[in-house]
Design a protein around this ligand. Structure first.
Ligand code: SF4
Length: 267
């Protein structure tokens, strides 16, 4: 399928929850004022499967599960299994903060997950804790190692270049990646409301000219663009109409998003 600027749209990022077991300063800065989505508004696994099946029948080939933190959603491997059965879906991946990955890797692989991206901004335990407020660096490193051994390959690293880490931190993560056969992508800190974003170093994100993605939020809205306020509520219009509206209103390039936070759209 194509949008109005003739960009081929074949990639769907699904935020399965806005919840997370970390509080990264550049994602959830204000720990006390987080407006969580109500559980009753969250899509069931069956709803996510049916929406994805329809979107795959229209041209989506790649699906990435995001959050918040996808591994905090109960029985996430059940959803992975459901999606892995969809004919025409060529690539099923997940972005995780890695805290729970060590205990989930095997289940995810056998459920049908192809690969994972793991967030890692530093190899210094104190800096890690300063950025994330919760969680242990060693759990993430163990998760990465077990994911590789389990075959969730290629394991890629998402390293956010923010005011909370240094060039040396990023250089260390890159060296760690080289040494362990991990592709490291550097994501420069983004600001949704301020409309600040750049292309991802070592990845495809942030390149509006060839943007191929749509986002599905955990409460059932299709977002044509991360840096735009528009979204189309599937529960109100039905998936067919929501998709058509998203393709016809996808902006040429991102601007800003005043209504959402990263934990609601999964970056
Ligand atoms: S800002 Fe919007 S159009 Fe640009 S790459 Fe991101 S999602 Fe695509």
């Amino acid at each position: 399928m194509y949008d109005r600027f003739n960009r081929k749209i074949d990639y769907l990022r699904i935020s399965v929850t806005d919840r997370c077991n970390m509080r990264c300063k550049y994602c959830m800065p204000d720990n006390n004022n987080i407006q969580w989505l109500k559980h009753k508004d969250i899509l069931s696994y069956e709803e996510i499967r049916d929406i994805t099946k329809y979107l795959v029948s229209k041209g989506i080939k790649k699906v990435r599960l995001t959050g918040g933190e996808p591994l905090v959603r109960k029985d996430i491997e059940v959803l992975v299994h459901m999606l892995a059965q969809i004919n025409g879906l060529e690539d099923l991946s997940m972005t995780t903060n890695g805290i729970l990955l060590a205990s989930f890797a095997k289940k995810l692989k056998s459920a049908g997950l192809d690969r994972v991206n793991v967030s890692l901004d530093t190899l210094d335990a104190d800096t890690f804790r300063k950025i994330s407020s919760l969680g242990e660096l060693n759990d993430v490193l163990e998760g990465i190692s077990i994911a590789q051994k389990t075959g969730l390959n290629p394991v890629k690293i998402n390293c956010v270049n923010s005011k909370y880490n240094t060039d040396q931190d990023i250089a260390n993560v890159k060296a760690f990646g080289e040494k362990n056969g991990l592709q490291v992508r550097v994501i420069h800190q983004m600001d949704l409301a301020g409309g600040i974003f750049t292309t991802v170093e070592g990845g495809q994100g942030g390149n509006c000219t060839s943007c191929n993605r749509l986002r599905l939020s955990s409460d059932g809205r299709i977002f044509p663009c991360l840096f735009n306020n528009q979204s189309y509520d599937i529960r109100k219009t039905g998936v067919e109409k929501a998709l058509a509206l998203a393709l016809n209103n996808k902006p040429k390039k991102g601007y800003n998003n005043q209504n959402q936070s990263f934990n609601q759209l999964g970056g």
